[in-house]
Design a protein around this ligand. Structure first.
Ligand code: S3P
Length: 200
């Protein structure tokens, strides 16, 4: 009698989980992203770092020497390449965007159609200001009034994020809040990379 062979158990293809952190300068994307990634044992990717590595220049130098338009093009390119790499390597990542990435035309749509959840880290503008006042290396932080104006201009973009988390408090508490809300399991949904490019 032939031994009936059961078919090999089917495991669904592994999809990397990707979570993007958006938010204005000083919202804590890098600190919170690194902490969250460590907790999840995912890779942490900082888009600003990737831009600097690719350009071989620090961000203020990119703005000074090449201008903001060139920076935005690099930012859009590095966004696609960071996501592409995560899919290629099947590697789950927390990706901290730059303050202006999600405000680029087409970026919210690009991430949404790619099935990648976006968390908007949003402390009060006073907290953002106080954090940025004491930090250097941000070419778009000039003075309080232009800072407030840029924030107001970008709000409609940030408001398109899937989740909004107040990041005024301790980074560990913000990470706990992201986990508590089940945002991570949502990131396990059906991410797939779309080929359309965000317009710079
Ligand atoms: C920018 C924010 C910066 C960096 C660049 C431009 C912006 O990132 O990408 O200076 O347009 O708001 P952080 O938000 O990490 O400071």
């Amino acid at each position: 009698m032939a031994i009936a062979q059961s078919p090999p158990a089917r495991t669904p293809p592994f999809r990397p989980q990707i979570l993007c952190l958006a938010g204005f300068m000083g919202s804590g994307k890098t600190t919170i992203g690194a902490l969250l990634a460590r907790q999840l044992a995912w890779r942490f990717v900082d888009l600003d770092d990737r831009i600097e590595e690719a350009a071989g220049l620090r961000i203020p130098e990119i703005f000074e020497r090449l201008g903001e338009a060139a920076f935005r093009q690099m930012e859009a390119d590095q966004l696609r390449s960071a996501l592409g790499r995560a899919f290629e390597l099947k590697e789950s990542i927390v990706l901290a965007l730059g303050g202006g990435t999600y405000a680029q035309a087409g970026a919210p749509e690009f991430l949404r159609t790619s099935g990648i959840p976006v968390v908007w880290l949003n402390p009060s503008i006073e907290v953002l200001l106080s954090r940025c006042m004491t930090m250097t290396g941000r070419p778009l932080f000039r003075d309080e009034s232009s800072f407030r104006a840029l924030y107001a201009q970008r709000l409609p973009s940030y408001q398109q994020a899937d989740h909004r988390v107040d990041s005024s408090g301790e980074p560990a508490r913000v990470v706990a809040e992201i986990v508590r809300r089940g945002i991570i399991s949502a990131a396990a949904g059906d991410a797939h990379l779309v080929v359309e490019e965000p317009k710079p």
